[in-house]
Design a protein around this ligand. Structure first.
Ligand code: NAP
Length: 256
C-alpha cells in the first residue's frame, strides 16, 4: 500500500547519491518533493526530470545546511509555498579526510561536524515546530554503521554519526505526546560520491573502497527509507541498519 502519494517529502543532500535516489523514489511513488543541496544546477536538472516523469510538484532550493540563515529562509519559503513536509529526510552529510586524530585536519573536522551534526540540527529545528503544529510528520535521519562502531581513521566522521544516533533517540523522546515519528536508516558501504568527497576528489582511491564486493546502491537505501516512511502511522522503525551482504561489521568485508 502506498501511503506517500500526494504527501510532501523534504530531502536534504538531494543532488547526489542517497538523497538523489530518495528523491527519485518518493517522486516515483507520487509524493511531492522538496530538494535541498548546494549544487543548484543539479537540483534544477533533477527537478525538471521528476516533474516530467512523474507529474509531481518539485520544490528546490540552494541550501548549505551549515548556514543557519540560509536554512531559515529556505524553511520559511517552503512552509509558505507548500506547508510542513510530511517526511523530512536528513541526509546531507559527508566524510572529509581519512587520518589518525594526531594527523587530522581542522578544516575536515569542521566540515563534518558543521554538516553532519549542526546542519542536521539547523534543518530539524527550523521545520519541526511547523510539523508538530500540523499534528503529523516523520523525521528520518541518515546515520551510518559508523554511528555504532568505530574503525581505524574513522574518528571524527564516526563521532558525528554517533551524534546522529544519539539525536535520533533523543528526538524520538522529545516527540512524546505528539504523533510524530523519528527514525534512522544507517547504511554500511554505499557506492556514491561519498568516498570521492572523503578523499578530496581522488577518484582512483575512492573506487578502491568498493573493490571486490558488491556495495549497496543509493537505490537500495532509498528503498529502505521509503519502507520506513510508508509504514502505517502506528508503526515506527527507530533504527534500521542496512549492510551489503558481504559487509559483516563496520570494517569487516568479504572481498573476493
Ligand atoms: N556512501 C556511504 O557509504 C554512506 C554510508 C553510510 C552513511 N552515509 C551517509 O549518507 C548521506 C548521503 O551520503 P552519500 O553517500 O549519498 O554521499 P554523496 O553522494 O557525496 O551525497 C552527499 C549529498 O549531501 C549534500 N551535502 C553535502 N554537504 C552539504 C551541505 N553543507 N549542505 C547541503 N547539502 C550538502 C551533497 O550536495 P551538494 O554537494 O550539492 O551540497 C550531496 O547531495 C550522508 O549523511 C552520509 O554520511 C553514506
Amino acid at each position: 500500500m502506498n501511503r506517500m502519494e500526494g504527501k510532501l517529502a523534504l530531502i536534504t543532500g538531494a543532488s547526489a547519491g542517497i538523497g538523489e535516489a530518495c528523491a527519485r523514489r518518493f517522486a516515483a511513488e507520487g509524493a511531492d518533493v522538496a530538494l535541498w543541496a548546494r549544487r543548484a544546477e543539479r537540483l534544477e536538472a533533477l527537478a525538471e526530470e521528476l516533474t516530467r516523469e512523474h507529474g509531481v510538484t518539485v520544490h528546490r532550493d540552494r541550501v548549505d545546511v551549515r548556514h543557519r540563515e540560509e536554512v531559515r529562509s529556505a524553511a520559511a519559503a517552503l512552509l509558505d509555498r507548500a506547508g510542513p513536509p510530511h517526511v523530512l529526510v536528513n541526509n546531507a552529510g559527508l566524510a572529509s579526510g581519512f587520518d589518525r586524530v594526531q594527523d587530522g585536519d581542522f578544516e575536515d573536522w569542521d566540515r563534518m561536524i558543521d554538516t553532519n551534526v549542526k546542519g542536521l540540527l539547523n534543518v530539524t529545528r527550523l521545520l519541526l515546530p511547523a510539523m508538530i503544529a500540523a499534528g503529523r510528520g516523520h523525521v528520518i535521519n541518515i546515520g551510518s554503521t559508523a554511528g555504532h562502531q568505530v574503525y581505524p581513521k574513522g574518528n571524527v566522521y564516526s563521532a558525528t554519526k554517533f551524534a546522529v544516533t544519539a539525536l535520533t533517540e533523543a528526538m524520538n523522546l522529545d516527540m512524546a505526546g505528539t504523533p510524530l515519528r523519528v527514525s534512522s536508516v544507517d547504511p554500511g558501504f554505499v557506492e556514491t560520491e561519498f568516498s570521492e568527497v572523503r578523499f578530496h576528489g581522488d577518484r582512483e582511491r575512492a573506487a578502491g573502497v568498493y573493490e571486490g564486493f558488491q556495495p549497496l546502491s543509493g537505490d537500495d537505501v532509498a528503498d529502505a527509507v521509503f519502507y520506513v516512511a510508508n509504514l502505517p502511522a502506528h508503526a515506527n522503525v527507530l533504527r534500521m541498519i542496512l549492510l551489503p551482504s558481504a559487509q559483516r561489521s563496520v570494517s569487516v568485508v568479504d572481498r573476493r
